[in-house]
Design a binder for this molecule. Sequence first.
Ligand code: UD1
Length: 421
Amino acid sequence: MKYLKIIGNKNIEGEISISGAKNAALPLIACTILSKNKIAINNMPNVADINTFLRLIEKLGGTYEKNKDEVKISTLSIDKTTATYDIVKTMRASILVLGPLLARFGHCEVSLPGGCAIGQRPVDLHLKALEQMGAIIEIKNGYIQATAPQGLKGAKIVFDKVTVGGTENILMAAALAKGTTTIINAAKEPEIVQLCEVIASAGVKIEGIGTSKLIIEGTDKKLLEIQDFTVIPDRIEAGTYMCVGAITNTKLKINNVIPLHLEAIISKLEEMNFEIIQEENSVTVLPTDEIKPVNIITTEYPGFPTDMQAQFMALATQANGVSTIDERLFENRFMHVSELLRLGADIHLNGNIATINGKAGTLNGTDVMATDLRASSALVLAALVAQGETNIHRIYHLDRGYEDLEGKLSSIGVDVKRFNE
Ligand code: UD1
């Protein structure tokens, strides 16, 4: 298996360019299932999860052509409706084909995703909402078997909990359903906004885009005609590189971002005493005299993202004082704590609240293991300021969501190399 060796405490300088957002691109690929025309998608991130999703489209009978960061997808030829376990087990986001396949074909089978490193992650809310739209759902042999003998019908869906994937699945299903679907307590993430805009580009009327109440008027067409589009920049990749600047306490400019999507991250960095310069498409982190501690509660957008919690924990180890991180979305998202402890961090866990006693210069390099995508990036951040060498194992987690991590880090002077064990 591959691992990364990082030698810490090198001076960094330069600029980083952010790739397209993985979490926007995944549902957007799923939504091509609703369309009869070939769609060109630009700014597609080159990461493992996207390649897995494209493989899933191919397994269903669709085709794609990839040319640098442009991918053209054609799903008219789809003739299978099963998302098999081998794909779903490597990427939970495969559940996003459930809504569009069911809406288009009236039946589909999707392997149950099961748990994952950050918790149980059920899909009950997706299923309940589809049932309200007329689907009949059975769980058999580890598969969700969904049928809609009369086709899907619009319904009023009230989500008990804000769910990003659930909102996406229902949005896509609603676009081809008969009548109007109202989603109350919808997720408002920028990734959802882009999905709405792309579906709306095919003439589907969606009211309330960017709010927690979405009203979707299903079309009476069998398939849509979705326009070509460009994936929005990855706010989590951007936030991670902002933390690279912050933890190394160096000026770092991050290009190709939408600063509005980074407000919660910018505000926490400001609380930690960093000055952030915001321009139209870039943010620059400036060094500070003293990194101050911070208190973070993860929540839905526009609040502080759970996907940035691990990176801020690494950063808090270098703050002057006690920080707290309260994880409210996932029950088991602190696997990085034991690895940060191996690097010398002083962190205490009490349920879903981590207390970090920060002090600059206390980390020492060693071997650590990545446990999930964002936890891995916390280890990379810690390695940047650890004394000596840190080897990060199981980096396939990082490859799932960070495009050319070594290339981008090397370009700003980080001593990082990839090895095969
Ligand atoms: C998406 C993101 C992930 C991010 C998360 C929260 C993608 C591909 N992934 O994941 O990176 O960390 O949003 O911002 O975009 N829940 C239920 N029942 C359901 C669905 C969800 O109880 O049917 C719970 C989950 O266990 C969790 C919370 O709702 O506690 C939020 O999950 P959700 O927003 O659905 O996350 P994902 O869409 O899986």
